[in-house]
Each structure stands twice: as C-alpha cells, then as structure tokens.
Design a protein around this ligand. Structure first.
Ligand SMILES: NC(=O)c1ccc[n+]([C@@H]2O[C@H](COP(=O)([O-])OP(=O)(O)OC[C@H]3O[C@@H](n4cnc5c(N)ncnc54)[C@H](O)[C@@H]3O)[C@@H](O)[C@H]2O)c1
Ligand SMILES: [Zn+2]
Length: 255
C-alpha cells in the first residue's frame, strides 16, 4: 500500500480501486463553481456566494433583464473582470495532466468562467454557456462585441437586446451540448464530480447516470452534497488539493 492509499483511506474511509482503470478508460471530469473557488471566483450557494448577496431572479433571469438590463449587464461585467484577473488553479491544471494519461477524457462543466480552456483542458462541454461570449436575446445570434466588458445595452441588427451567452433561470441548456455530455457519461468508466452542490438539474443527474451505467464516481467537495451518500468515494477536500493527489496516484500506476 502506497502513501497515497493511506491518504485516500484517511480522506474517504475506503480505498480507491485504481487497478480497475487503464489508459483506455473513459474519464469524465464534471465540474461546478467549487473548482474555481481557489482561483478566487465566488460560488453561488455557499454562505458567502453570489446568491447570498444578490437576488438571483433579478440578475440571472429574463424578467430581471427586461426590468433593468444595465443592472444585469453590470453584474456580469463585474464577474467578468474578476474572472479575467483570476488564474486557473491546481485543479484545472491537474485535469490537463490527467488528459495526457487518458486519451478518452472530457470535461463537462457548469461554469461559465472559461478557466478549463485557459488551463489547456480539451473536449470541454460548457452546459451553462460562457460569460465571455454575447448573444442576441431575440434571435440568438452570437455577437462579436468590440467592447467585451459590456456595461451599457447594445442591440443586435434585428433590434434584440445583446446579453451574455449564459443559461439563465428558466432557460433550457444548449441541446447539442447536453446530449454530447450525456453520451460521454453513458460511456464513462470513471467520473470525478468536483465542486458542485449537485442541486441544479439536469446537470445534477450526470453523476447519477454515470453510476447507473457502471462508472465509479468520486466526489470532491469540502462539504457534503445530496449526492455524497451514494458516491462511490466522497472526498472532503478542496479540489486543488485532492485532484493533484489522484493524478500522482495514476501517474505512478501507469509508469
Ligand atoms: N447566470 C447565472 O449566474 C446562473 C443562473 C442559474 C444557475 N446557475 C448555475 O448554477 C450552478 C450552481 O451549481 P454549482 O454546483 O456550480 O455551484 P454552487 O455554488 O451551487 O456549489 C459550489 C460547490 O462547490 C463547493 N466548493 C467550495 N469550495 C470548493 C473547493 N475549493 N473545492 C471543491 N469544492 C468546493 C461547495 O461546497 C459547493 O458544494 C452554477 O454552475 C451556475 O452555472 C448560474
Ligand atoms: Zn438578433
């Protein structure tokens, strides 16, 4: 038993079955706001997260945007500024390392911050859009704005209001992306569910579906979630601390 085994035992009370996996295993990294917490980006539902300070319906919904578009645009512009100043952390970087070990690996994220891409991760499915992109609220056309950090209202050629290309409350997820995500999950052998409160559907369904198809699901989150009791392994640790340990374990195993 290596040093890491004892760390995993101490962390989760059971042993990670590393021998079940090889370089051809299909691996999914499913991430939420918590993976970017160590980059200094606020989560949503934590005690000091966005939703404790702001009314989500005003800032991340159609009604709020119609009522006061510039309030909404300013909130996104502030978030975008924070995100641009932030850097990917050890968890994001670790995924890039993992993807060198596992050819068949994808990232499915609920985050809109683009940090996976900046860390060099590949095959990224963004379920909730991307805060750096804008689209027309009426015709859906993606708009390339010269002034990206938009704080005042701009209009599309069709007259529609330009908004961030993120999924708001009450809106559906991009259908192509969610289908591809479910397909990857159907075929996966191992899933890491990282930094998500596992409360927003259909995304929260992904670890459950992975498990029902026989995948081994590791949850990494300093706090318990509704999914924790059924996770194959639930690691109570920060993503930037736990994920590199898993990577080192695989790296040593595959040498
Ligand atoms: N437009 C919007 O802003 C908007 C609107 C609606 C929904 N949403 C979406 O709702 C989703 C909320 O779900 P979520 O699960 O991503 O965020 P969340 O804020 O609900 O949960 C974050 C989780 O991360 C955990 N965490 C905190 N620090 C961590 C660390 N260092 N390492 C690992 N985990 C850590 C927390 O314990 C928590 O469980 C968001 O992804 C967001 O896209 C956003
Ligand atoms: Zn338009």
């Amino acid at each position: 038993m290596g040093a890491m085994d004892s760390i995993f035992n101490a962390m989760a009370g059971n042993t990670f079955p590393i021998n079940r996996f090889d370089r051809d295993s299909h691996v999914v990294f499913f991430t939420g706001a918590g993976i970017s917490a160590e980059s200094g980006i606020s989560t949503f539902r934590d005690p000091d997260g966005h939703w404790s300070k702001y009314d989500p319906m005003k800032l991340a919904g159609q009604a709020g945007f119609q009522e006061d578009p510039e309030l909404v645009l300013n909130w996104y512009a502030d978030r975008r500024k924070t995100i641009c100043q932030a850097k990917p952390n050890a968890a994001h970087t670790s995924i890039s390392n993992f993807q060198k070990l596992f050819r068949h690996s994808v990232v499915i994220t609920q985050n809109v911050d683009g940090l996976h891409e900046r860390a060099g991760n590949r095959s990224i499915y963004e379920l909730h859009g991307n805060i750096h992109r804008h689209k027309c609220n009426s015709c859906g056309k993606i708009t390339d704005l010269a002034k990206k950090n938009m704080r005042t209202l701009n209009r599309c050629d069709c007259g529609g209001k330009i908004r961030p290309d993120v999924v708001w409350f009450g809106e559906s997820l991009p259908i192509g992306t969610i289908n591809e995500a479910f397909e990857a999950v159907h075929n996966c052998d191992l899933m890491f569910s990282i930094g998500t409160s596992a409360q927003i559907y259909p995304a929260a369904q992904l670890p459950i579906v992975a498990q029902s198809r026989g995948a081994y699901v590791v949850e990494i989150n300093p706090e318990p979630t509704p999914f924790s009791p059924q996770a194959d392994m639930s690691v109570r640790d920060d993503a930037g601390s736990a994920l590199p340990k898993f990577y080192e374990e695989f790296h040593a195993q595959f040498k």
